[in-house]
Ligand binder design. Structure first.
Ligand code: RIB
Ligand code: CA
Length: 315
């Protein structure tokens, strides 16, 4: 079966790390490059985590390109209280064997689809800063990709970083607005925290199953999510920690896992008290839809992809 050519943009925290395992070792994706962006953790830390995660997937050869070290207009606000100071559960992971590449992430996001028009799938797992800056240089960029999937937003206004906002959009709402202003539902799909909260929660039984697989990737995936498990217990009140980025990656790799989606016109609030909140206009008089919103995903299918990937002994 032909692998799906991928570019992954990530602010590599613990759930991004698991998404990178799915992309690089799941047998469905061909990761051509990884670009990093500040978000969960500062840029240098996220870049280190991306290198470590690709190495854990047996794909230390995949080039990693650092990008924007802060949001477009706002100061950086990380989520280290969620993922740990190092973004990976603070378990003392050793340094990666390889270094990042010198080409800037924005240049990579621009150049690859120009050289391979219509061939590449872009999956963004963090704040949309890199993609937005690339769009300011090439307003037609989204259409040069085969499709763009973003882990972004909360379509039901049930937030994780605030009452109504999801972290990736909250961290850089101006960047999210730039993407939404140029998106079409045929080109761009957003998988929000509402889907993750419902269909990607790792219950204690799931966590035990992952840990008991005992393979290097399963142990890695289990251990790096240690801190986020504690945050879920104390803050979100979910039955376990959720995996938003792996869910978005699973949708990109296996679109048939989508159970419910809608096309709508989506905007984003920049106001202080509703920063990052999505403004989903479903009125008949609404402007034309600009994005496809995934609302529900096949939880069993997602978790089977996750467990089957982590059960592999790696390359
Ligand atoms: O809101 C969840 C998103 O924010 C995920 O991408 C997580 O890694 C953090 O970046
Ligand atoms: Ca992320």
């Amino acid at each position: 079966m032909r692998l799906l050519p991928l570019i992954v943009d990530t602010d590599t925290g613990s759930d991004d790390a698991v998404a990178l395992l799915l992309a690089a070792a799941g047998g469905l994706g061909d990761v051509r490059a990884v670009t990093t962006v500040a978000g969960n953790v500062p840029l240098a830390t996220g870049t280190r985590n991306a290198l470590i995660s690709l190495q854990a997937a047996g794909r230390g050869d995949v080039p990693v390109h650092p990008g924007c070290e802060r949001p477009m207009t706002r100061p950086l606000s990380t989520a280290q209280q969620v993922h740990g100071h190092d973004g990976m559960g603070d378990i003392g992971l050793p340094d990666p064997e390889r270094a990042a590449r010198p080409e800037h992430a924005v240049d990579v996001l621009l150049d690859h689809p120009r050289r391979h028009p219509g061939e590449l799938t872009l999956v963004t797992l963090g704040p949309l800063t890199n993609l937005a800056v690339a769009l300011l240089r090439d307003r037609d960029l989204l259409g040069r990709y085969r499709h763009v999937y973003c882990m972004a937003g909360a379509a039901d206004m049930h937030g994780n970083i605030s009452a109504t906002a999801e972290f990736n959009v909250w961290a850089d709402p101006e960047a999210a607005r730039v993407v939404l202003e140029r998106a079409t539902p045929e080109q761009v799909t957003w998988i929000g925290w509402d889907a993750s909260r419902k269909d990607a929660v790792m219950t204690p039984a799931d966590q035990l199953r992952l840990e008991q697989l005992g393979t290097p990737m399963a142990t890695f995936a289990h251990r790096v999510n240690r801190t986020v498990a504690e945050w879920a217990r104390d803050v979100t009140g979910l039955a376990g920690y959720d995996l938003p980025d792996p869910l978005a990656m699973a949708v990109a790799l296996r679109p048939e896992l989508v159970l419910e989606q809608e096309r709508a016109h989506v905007g984003v609030s920049l106001a202080d008290d509703t920063r990052g909140q999505l403004i989903v206009d479903r009125r008949r008089s609404a402007p034309a839809p600009n994005v496809t919103l995934v609302r529900r995903v096949d939880e069993h299918g997602f978790k089977e992809l996750l467990f089957n990937t982590c059960a592999l002994e790696g390359q």
